[in-house]
Design a protein around this ligand. Structure first.
Ligand SMILES: [Zn+2]
Ligand SMILES: [Zn+2]
Length: 262
C-alpha cells in the first residue's frame, strides 16, 4: 500500500510524509523539512508516530520553507538525508555535525530505494542551485510531487507520466499576483521561468500528464497572499473531468489527511 499526507504546504513550511507497506514492513520518507520538530511531533502524535518512525529525509532544494529544520531532523533522528550535490553545497550540510553516512547524494534519474519505497528524482527549473522534485512508488503505484518549479519543462512532463496520484504546485493566480503589494522584483521572480507555477501553468502541466489511472490530485504550495483554494480549484477543473480524479487542496498549516494511492 502506498499513502501520503501533507503536513504543511506553502511559504510557511513544507513537509510531506510518504509511506509504503508490504507484509509487516513499512517504510516512511519525509519530503522536505520546513516544519520545526515540535510541529512535526504534534502532526505525528495523533497517528501514533514519532520522528524516529521516519526512515529518511529527502530535501528538494535549499529554500528555507523546504530545508529550514532539516538539520535538527538529522541531528535528532540520525536518519539519512538525501539531497542533490548542489543543494548539499548550498546548505553546507557537511558542517551540520551529522555522521558522514547520513549525507546521501540524490541525482536526476537515479532511483533511490528506501525499504519499500522507490524515489525517482528529476531536475526542475527553479531558482535554486540544483533543485530536484520526484516521484515515489511502492513498485506498483506512482505518486508524483512537484511543489517548486518556474515553468513546465518537457523533462518534468516526461517524469510525471502514468501517475496514480499527483501533488501539484498551484502557487498563484496571475491576476492576484499582478495586483498584490509585493515589490516588482519579487513579482518578477515568482512569475519568471525559475519561480513558481501560476494556476494556469499548473492546469497546463496537469493536462500533459492526465491519464486514466490518475485518481487523486492535490493542489499544493498555494500562496496565502496571491491565491485562493477556489481559484486554484477552478483552474484545475478547466482540465479535470468533474467525475474524474478527486481534487484536494492542501492547507498551508494543516496539510491534508492521509491519502491512499489507488
Ligand atoms: Zn523554492
Ligand atoms: Zn517552496
Amino acid at each position: 500500500m502506498l499513502r501520503f499526507k501533507s503536513l504543511g504546504s506553502g511559504s510557511s513550511g513544507n513537509a510531506t510524509l510518504v509511506e509504503a507497506s508490504r507484509g509487516d514492513i513499512t517504510s516512511r520518507v519525509l519530503i522536505d523539512c520546513g516544519l520545526s520538530m515540535a510541529q512535526l511531533r504534534s502532526q505525528l502524535a495523533p497517528m501514533d508516530l514519532d520522528l524516529e518512525d521516519i526512515h529518511a529525509l529527502f530535501v528538494t532544494h535549499e529554500h528555507s520553507d523546504h530545508v529550514g529544520h532539516a538539520k535538527q531532523f538529522g541531528l535528532k533522528t540520525g536518519r539519512p538525508i538525501f539531497a542533490s550535490q548542489g543543494t548539499q553545497l548550498a546548505i553546507q550540510v557537511h558542517a551540520w555535525g551529522l555522521r558522514e553516512e547520513q549525507i546521501q547524494c540524490a541525482s536526476d534519474s537515479e532511483v533511490i530505494q528506501i525499504g519499500q519505497l522507490q524515489l525517482s528524482p528529476f531536475t526542475v527549473p527553479h531558482d535554486a542551485r540544483e533543485p530536484l522534485q520526484l516521484s515515489l512508488s511502492d513498485g506498483e503505484l506512482k505518486l508524483g510531487l512537484v511543489t517548486d518549479l518556474g515553468h513546465v519543462s518537457s523533462h518534468v512532463v516526461r517524469a510525471l507520466q502514468n501517475c496514480h496520484a499527483l501533488i501539484l504546485e498551484c502557487n498563484h493566480d496571475e491576476h492576484m499576483l499582478r495586483l498584490s503589494k509585493y515589490p516588482s522584483f519579487l513579482k518578477a521572480r515568482i512569475s519568471g521561468p525559475l519561480g513558481h507555477l501560476s494556476n494556469k501553468d499548473s492546469a497546463q502541466l496537469l493536462r500533459s500528464v492526465l491519464n486514466g489511472n490518475l485518481k487523486t490530485v492535490v493542489a499544493a504550495h498555494l500562496s496565502e497572499k496571491n491565491n485562493t483554494p477556489e481559484l486554484a480549484t477552478k483552474a484545475l477543473y478547466e482540465v479535470l473531468d468533474p467525475q474524474g480524479p478527486q481534487l484536494i487542496v492542501a492547507d498551508p498549516n494543516e496539510g491534508t489527511d492521509w491519502i491512499t494511492v489507488h
